[in-house]
Design a protein around this ligand. Sequence first.
Ligand SMILES: Nc1nc2c(c(=O)[nH]1)N[C@H]1C(S)=C(S)[C@@H](COP(=O)(O)O)O[C@H]1N2
Ligand SMILES: [Mo]
Length: 261
Amino acid sequence: MGRMRKLLIPGVDKKLLVKDAIKVMPDFTRRRFIAGGASLGALTLLTGCDVVNSDSADQLLAQVSKFNDSVQAWIFNPDALAPTFPESAITKPFPFNGYYEVDEAPEIAGPDWKLEVRGLVENKKSWTIDELYQLPQVKQVTRHICVEGWSAIGSWTGTPLRDFLKLIGADTSAKYVWFQCADKDGYNSPLDMRTALHPQTQMTFKFADEILPRAYGYPMKIRVPTKLGFKNPKYVISMEVTNDYKGGYWEDQGYNSFSGN
Ligand SMILES: Nc1nc2c(c(=O)[nH]1)N[C@H]1C(S)=C(S)[C@@H](COP(=O)(O)O)O[C@H]1N2
Ligand SMILES: [Mo]
């Protein structure tokens, strides 16, 4: 995940922070948190705290110690909506992250690009960017949370993935939608069908009301505000509806595939 690693909570040992948080969690939350990989990012997602300095690390622990049953019911509901924010809350500049530096990000020529649709769908046609731009779009201002312990609020506009899945006649009883990206050594990620059908899961074409910049995934990324950043694939070139667990770039390196609520 490149240069962002250096920015991790100055003065705070993330393993100790996660350990401390586990100690103050109620039993049910603790079990779910540990089953989910007990990462700093998951902790950030649970608390909504931005863990970039030692002050907010304290705040985060204070937040966890207030967890109770009603909080848990919300946190672990896979259909719960991610919080939305006013445009004034947008983080500027919005960070770039990848497993390489930004100048090595894929450079995709829009007219040459096509989104390939595969697997358990009735209509396997490939989509050009102009065809995709014709679909109805909605905007969301939500928080992106990276497993490395930073977060940022951004504005993303695009077509709800569930609308597209309906349009292509996807078998929504299948287990996953698997995305492949154009990155130099490959990047991919499986999304569980329930999250693929979540109302805020989006095929994103714009960032901050402008055509998605190269850094953030041109021509298309999948925005999943209820999941950690690595489950938000950029530079998507294909989508496959499947019952097979096909693994993913970070998932294969030990990050929990179900990284979110
Ligand atoms: N194709 C691709 N998608 C990716 C990544 C990547 O390296 N390649 N990194 C992921 C991670 S770890 C994060 S935090 C976000 C960063 O998105 P941003 O550059 O828009 O902030 O993209 C995710 N999607
Ligand atoms: Mo990330």
